[in-house]
Design a protein around this ligand. Structure first.
Ligand SMILES: C[S@@+](CC[C@H](N)C(=O)[O-])C[C@H]1O[C@@H](n2cnc3c(N)ncnc32)[C@H](O)[C@@H]1O
Length: 608
């Protein structure tokens, strides 16, 4: 055994604190910080620690390496001392100074990490030596650390395996919060699923002593701890928060969701962003500002109905939170004129017996009072030669929460105004009135655009937006639910790419469908100059009308195009189902194009 110093060498000296630096090896092995416990005891012993800080001179300059007492030094600095009494030992060689550091810190209360570092220190100090008689490496290291030779042997194997990214496992073993057996079970899993253990983070996540390690292998085979959601599920299984059966059930649900997401991703349709018009089957979508863009109509017949919901004036945005949208900064009168002028541009395209439906909601001015733009708007439309021929309320089952700030008792509705070119010679579908009179169709009464991620409305009932089944008596419940996928107010919506913004103010399909049925015949042309993500389009396509949409925002234009493709595809697939159903009622149908169906809608009503 090498000894550090031949004879008594200690000398106590007062040294300025800025000359004292922690030795790099001390820093590597130990964690030092000032302690309030030490502060009190140092105060009791005349502002000096009982055991002095130990230093060695740095052979390269006039500084000193601190080899023991960093906690004491930090405490003295905190107490405001500029100079401290230290014990100065002569500098031995670099290797010996490392041993000195560990020896001087023997009495320290150590963390798992410090114990691990000391263990490694002794492993380096006593390397394997073959053929040296009487040299038992495990025994000597064990003596230094108060461990049996078998413990040392086992720790050496574990250290070799986890050293590096798995250090946290070893630290926990030395901290006594993880057993060697648990570490061994974890080791088997690491060997089998190495790809999941590619970071320190995963070792940290999976080496908790309170886990049931007999569950680890099964859990890890099904879940990937690198994913936070999967890890949380795994954790609740490993901590026995859930039973095996519950775990399996959750895995099943999880798998279904995963598959759904995968299907959704795989089926994404990418639309080139440089197109400003898209036509397919029975719909034509134009990208542009409706006040300026050229209105192109590929159908060679006039428009029978314009349906739409303009932006909400100065009130709110359609999802991007920007305050630069149409109507922002305008008072009620200005906005009314703006809207009426916009509609005026489209009147020449409207059939003589056609209708304009405007779905509108009031907004408040900065001073708190209503803008009254609805009233002004009706007057502005009438000034431009249009007649107000219908005035409905769109009643919302699950409106936005009532606003105390706005002092509104009721806010669960919007207005729908119907205008036409003539006061009495506009087309009306009497059959629709008959159907509504039968009261089997709830029409305006159900559904709204607000629902949670699971498709439930905030009022608790299932979100069941489309009443097309009842309106047409042709579609299955499931089909009606599938249509809802188009509702982009939901995060799981079908047409929006993940990076695209969600439209927050879409019109429900039952509303636009009812208005279309009231004012048009099959194959008529329906237009929405505030297309958004195309709910009016979906209604028109499902009701076998032609559609033209105008949308300013590229983002919503893209979503609508994708929606058009999917809806037309879907329609061509269900044509068979619809055909068969219809045959029972009408005897015949004639598809008008590959992607469209020609159904005499008004003839298919039956008692339900
Ligand atoms: C209230 S939302 C209508 C949503 C639509 N009904 C739906 O269900 O998706 C109004 C839409 O008009 C668009 N818009 C606003 N100003 C426009 C303009 N000047 N020209 C064309 N579109 C405009 C907005 O981007 C928004 O998508």
């Amino acid at each position: 055994m090498k000894v550090f110093f031949e004879k008594e060498v200690d000398s106590i000296q007062s040294i300025a604190i800025d000359k004292l630096v922690e030795h790099p090896y001390h820093k590597e092995v130990y964690e030092s910080s000032p302690s309030s416990m030490l502060e009190e005891s140092i105060k009791r012993t005349g502002d000096k620690p009982i055991y002095p800080i130990v230093v060695v001179p740095n052979p390269e300059n006039d500084m000193y390496w601190v080899v023991s007492g960093m906690g004491r030094l930090a405490t003295l600095v905190q107490l405001g001392q500029n100079e401290v009494e230290v014990k100065v030992l002569p500098y031995p060689c670099e290797e010996t100074v490392k041993n000195l550091i560990v020896d001087l810190n023997k009495q320290r209360i150590k963390t798992g990490k410090e114990k691990l570092m000391e263990f490694r220190h002794y492993c380096n100090m006593y390397p394997p030596k073959k053929g040296v008689r009487g040299y038992n490496r495990y025994e000597i290291i064990g003596k230094e650390l108060n461990l049996s030779k078998d413990q040392v042997k086992e720790l050496l194997i574990t250290n070799d395996f986890y050293c590096g990214e798995g250090d946290i496992v070893l630290e926990r073993i030395f901290d006594n919060t993880l057993s060697n057996n648990q570490a061994n079970t974890l080791k088997k899993c690491v060997e089998q699923q190495l790809e999941k253990f590619n970071s320190t983070d995963v070792f940290e996540k999976l080496s908790h002593g309170n886990f049931d390690f007999s569950r680890l292998d099964y859990g890890l085979k099904h879940l990937d701890p690198r994913d936070e959601t999967e890890y949380n599920l795994l954790k609740s299984y490993l901590t026995r928060g859930i039973t095996l059966m519950e775990f399996q059930k959750k895995l099943e649900q999880y798998g279904k969701v995963e598959n759904r997401v995968k299907n959704h991703e795989d089926n994404k349709i990418h639309i080139p962003s440089n197109i400003d018009e898209f036509t397919l089957g029975n719909a034509h979508i134009i990208k542009g500002d409706n006040t300026k863009v050229e209105f192109t109509n590929p159908y060679e017949k006039p428009v029978n109905c314009i349906i739409g919901s303009p932006p909400y004036g100065d009130r709110r945005t359609n999802g991007d939170g920007q305050r630069k949208e149409t109507g922002h900064g305008m008072n009620g009168q200005e906005y009314a004129v703006y809207l009426a002028e916009t509609y005026q541009k489209y009147v020449p395209f409207l059939a003589e017996d056609g209708s304009i439906y405007v779905i509108v909601d009031e907004y408040r001015l900065d001073n708190g009072s209503f803008s009254c733009y609805l009233e002004h708007f009706v007057i502005e439309m009438v000034k431009r030669g249009l007649f107000l021929v219908g005035r409905y309320i769109w009643w919302k089952d699950n409106p936005m929460p009532r606003s105390y700030a706005d002092k509104d008792m009721v806010a669960g509705y919007e207005m729908v105004y119907r205008f036409s070119k003539s006061s009495n010679d506009y087309y009306c579908n009497d059959d629709l009135f008959l159907e509504l009179d039968k009261t089997t169709i709830k029409g305006f009464q159900e559904g709204c655009t607000n629902s949670d991620k699971k498709g439930n409305t905030t009022r608790g009932t299932e979100y069941y937006q489309s009443h097309l089944k009842k309106l047409r008596n042709t579609l299955s419940d499931q089909t009606c639910r599938d249509i809802i996928k188009g509702n982009v107010a939901n995060p799981e919506d079908f047409f929006r790419q993940e990076e695209e913004k969600r439209h927050t103010s879409t019109s429900p399909i039952y509303l636009t469908s009812t208005l279309i049925l009231e004012s048009t015949r099959p194959n008529d042309v329906v237009v929405d100059i505030w297309n958004g993500v195309g709910n009016t389009m979906t209604s028109a396509l499902l009701l076998n009308r032609k559609y033209i949409g105008v949308e300013m925002e590229d983002n919503y234009f893209q979503q609508s195009v994708r929606r058009l493709i999917t809806t037309e595809q879907w329609l061509s697939e269900v044509t068979k189902e619809v055909k068969n159903t219809l045959k029972e009622y009408t005897g015949e149908i004639t598809p008008s194009s590959e992607f469209s169906i020609s159904i005499p809608v008004e003839q298919v009503y039956v008692e339900s």
